[in-house]
Design a protein around this ligand. Structure first.
Ligand code: DGL
Length: 278
């Protein structure tokens, strides 16, 4: 059991993608403690079935609760789409009724609704996120009629490109271009494009190269951070339980050595992860 004074915000992703959220969280809320968990041993989640993503995500949530996290951000769209609702409705009441688990889809949907001028939105995501239809459903529910059309494009090669360090290659350029052309062909009036996978900001340079000027590209990191600030203000019962010593720690289910070299590059400072199993 964890030290009782240590109560970090848990940040979970299938691999490295959630670091794009963590980076913004620590920038916006530097006084809080964060514990990042990457299930790198079992990434990617994007092509896995509903049941498997739910099972893996629930295991991660239990692990983070055991480490003392009163609040967890599922920094993964696939897990948010396929597991979050069940965890919130079915598991949390028995597991830890006073703790909270939040996802990345709802804050993104709220932001997109504010940003779009013409109501034409595009969503880039994993196969799992796209097939779940979470974005189109949530956009209808929360945009108050502002979003009129949502088209989606699954980009199954993008996560493996990031996880395998192929970001600057011709292969990356080929697949990114192909998926961007596909989504623009589905609706050439799109004015706002959501990067609906936390891995995708790592491909930002190549994505920008193929997206016409004038289309907003929304990354989720600062959106989630902004909404979390607001959440903590509205939920003092959770906020008061969080520890604040500005510590950020990293756990991975794969080799810590591999994780450290990639995560350090991305975070722009040395990262010392610990390999864990649960
Ligand atoms: N980063 C995750 C997301 O936002 C998924 C990556 C994966 O396929 O595991 O959807």
């Amino acid at each position: 059991m964890a030290d009782k004074t240590y109560a970090p915000i848990g940040v979970f992703d299938s691999g490295y993608g959630g670091l794009t959220i963590l980076k913004e969280l620590e920038k916006t809320l530097p006084e809080y403690d964060f514990l990042y968990l990457g299930d790198n041993a079992r990434t990617p989640y994007g092509t896995r079935s509903f049941d498997v993503v739910y099972r893996y995500t629930l295991q991660a949530v239990k692990y983070l609760f055991d480490q003392g996290c009163p609040l967890i951000i599922i920094a993964c769209n696939t897990a948010s789409a396929k597991a979050l609702r069940n965890i919130q409705m079915l598991d949390l009441p028995n597991l830890a009724p006073h703790n909270r688990v939040l996802g990345v889809i709802r804050p993104s949907v709220e932001k997109v609704s504010e940003m779009t001028k013409n109501g034409h939105v595009g969503v880039l995501g994993t196969v799992g996120t796209v097939v779940s239809e979470s974005y189109p459903i949530e956009l209808v529910k929360w945009s108050e009629g502002r979003v009129k059309s949502t088209v989606q494009e699954a980009c199954p090669m993008w996560v493996p490109i990031v996880e395998n360090n192929e970001i600057g290659t011709e292969g990356a350029d080929y697949f990114v271009r192909k998926n961007i052309l596909n989504i623009l062909a589905k609706d050439n009036h799109i004015d706002t494009l959501i990067l609906g996978c936390t891995h995708y900001p790592l491909l930002e340079t190549v994505i920008r190269k193929h997206v016409p000027d004038g289309i907003h590209i929304l990354k989720q990191g600062h959106i989630v951070a902004e909404k979390l600030v607001d959440y903590l203000l509205r939920h003092p019962e959770i906020e008061s339980r969080l520890s604040r010593s500005g510590q950020v720690t990293f756990d991975t289910t794969e080799s810590a050595e591999n994780f450290n070299s990639k995560a350090s590059l991305f975070m722009g400072r040395p990262v010392e992860a610990k390999t864990v199993s649960y």
